[in-house]
Design a protein around this ligand. Structure first.
Ligand code: SAH
Length: 403
């Protein structure tokens, strides 16, 4: 068996969920290279993305219009342009007086993300975009079109502080939290490309949004929550995507899961478990040293009880690391009788990693063992592997390549 203990990451430092510090720094930072508590990457202290309409709720938008010396309903008009017509171009805002368009758009619709590169595969039905933010931070989003549904996978942070050793984003450390509008912009860009018929398959709409791109969404709680509201609020206040079609995926930040359960927002929760035992999970998902498997699952079951929604348990199958028959049985023991569904993900090996995906036969056996125990289980499709757009591969590698 491969020795996974060689690659040690420093122990997590945790702050209580009641501590609102996530507006300035994540709830939890796992330092890398022996600097626990220090955000890694090129963090720019104090750098804040420009304010945008999508950071504000409808009342705040009206107030913002008034502060600009405009009538308050201009805030609603701008919302309609952005969320319903998917435009932020003042030229198209013909219902707004010409002299008001530019100041309103400049103040409330600044460009937040610039598409640096676009990668496609699956005959154009999988599209990954590498975005550059105002401060040079890079993030990625992936659009995946399937028959009857389009899923947008978005980033919630530039980089990630959770340091899971099998994840490409985890290797680079955290740069910073994204603003709500920076998250929403990724969805709007996908919606726009679909509406304009730029994605093969004809004009369409986004049906699902998953927070499974870069970052730990629950470490950027307030902004992710604001983004979820913009994504799910009715048109034209928001994008009008069903709340049940939004998935927030987490390493298992227990206080934040409890807080989310109290929001009365029936989004789906996905928990990245990856191991049924603390010994292995401490290594694969280092935050487990702070919140153990039992605590994470307790929080998940409370979430399921509060929302009535089945929790998705993510499990990346890593050859000879977490794919043994006894671990399948141990996982079934943990989940049996609970409102859960297991998503098995063949590991996408990250560059330089000595880990790889389990053999197909082993994967099948793992799946069958869970199914035999009555646990709903599916094997995740690994769309986008060839464009590094598959789970855990979002490392913004493209930025280093010549344009
Ligand atoms: N931080 C969040 C969301 C981002 S990752 C979380 O951890 O849930 C989305 C999913 O992809 C997580 O389940 C994550 O563990 C998984 N993942 C990361 N790297 C992977 C890889 N190399 N192969 C397969 N799945 C991976």
């Amino acid at each position: 068996m491969t020795d996974i203990t060689q690659r040690r990451v420093p122990v997590a430092q945790a702050a209580p969920a009641s501590d609102r510090r996530e507006d300035h720094q994540p709830v939890l930072v796992i330092g890398r290279e022996g600097r626990p508590g220090q955000p890694a990457g090129q963090a720019l202290p104090g750098a804040r993305p420009p304010r945008h309409l999508a950071d504000l709720d409808p009342g705040e938008r009206r107030a913002a219009a008034e502060r600009l010396g405009q009538r308050s309903f201009r805030g609603d008009q701008l919302s309609r342009h952005y969320f319903a017509r998917l435009t932020d171009d003042p030229v198209e805002m013909t219902d707004v007086p010409a002299e008001a368009r530019v100041p309103l758009a400049e103040a409330l619709l600044p460009r937040l993300l610039t598409a640096e590169r676009e990668f496609t595969c699956d005959q154009g039905q999988t599209r990954k975009t590498l975005w550059r933010a105002f401060d040079g931070a890079y993030v990625e989003s992936v659009l995946m079109r399937y028959p009857g549904r389009v899923t947008m996978c978005v980033s919630s942070q530039a980089g990630c502080g959770m340091a899971c050793p099998f994840c490409a984003t985890g290797q680079a450390g955290l740069t910073r939290n994204l603003s709500a509008a920076e998250i929403v912009t990724q969805v709007v860009a996908g919606a726009r490309a679909l509406a304009r018929g730029e994605v093969p398959g004809g004009p369409g709409r986004i049906s699902n949004v998953v927070f499974m791109g870069m970052g730990e969404p629950l470490a950027n709680y307030s902004r992710v929550l604001a983004a979820v509201r913009r994504i799910t609020d009715r048109v034209p206040d928001g994008l009008g995507i069903s709340r049940r079609a939004v998935t927030v995926s987490t390493v298992g930040l227990v206080p934040a899961i409890a807080r989310l359960a109290g929001e009365r927002l029936p989004v789906r929760l996905a928990v990245s478990l990856h191991a049924p035992d603390d010994g292995l999970r401490d290594e694969l998902v280092p935050v487990n040293r702070r919140w153990k498997v039992a605590e994470v699952l307790d929080a998940a079951w409370s979430y399921a009880a509060a929302t009535g929604r089945r929790v998705s348990i993510e499990y990346a199958l890593i050859r000879d690391i977490n794919d043994q028959a006894w671990r399948a049985e141990a996982l079934a023991d943990l989940l049996s009788g609970h409102l859960a569904h297991v998503n098995l993900i063949p590991l996408n090996p990250t560059p330089g990693s000595r880990w790889t995906a389990s053999d197909p036969g082993v994967m099948r056996e793992f799946e069958e063992r869970l199914a035999r125990r009555g646990i709903p289980v599916t094997v995740r499709d690994t769309r986008g592997t060839e464009i590094d757009g598959a789970c855990g591969q979002l490392a913004a590698a493209g930025r280093a390549e010549p344009r």
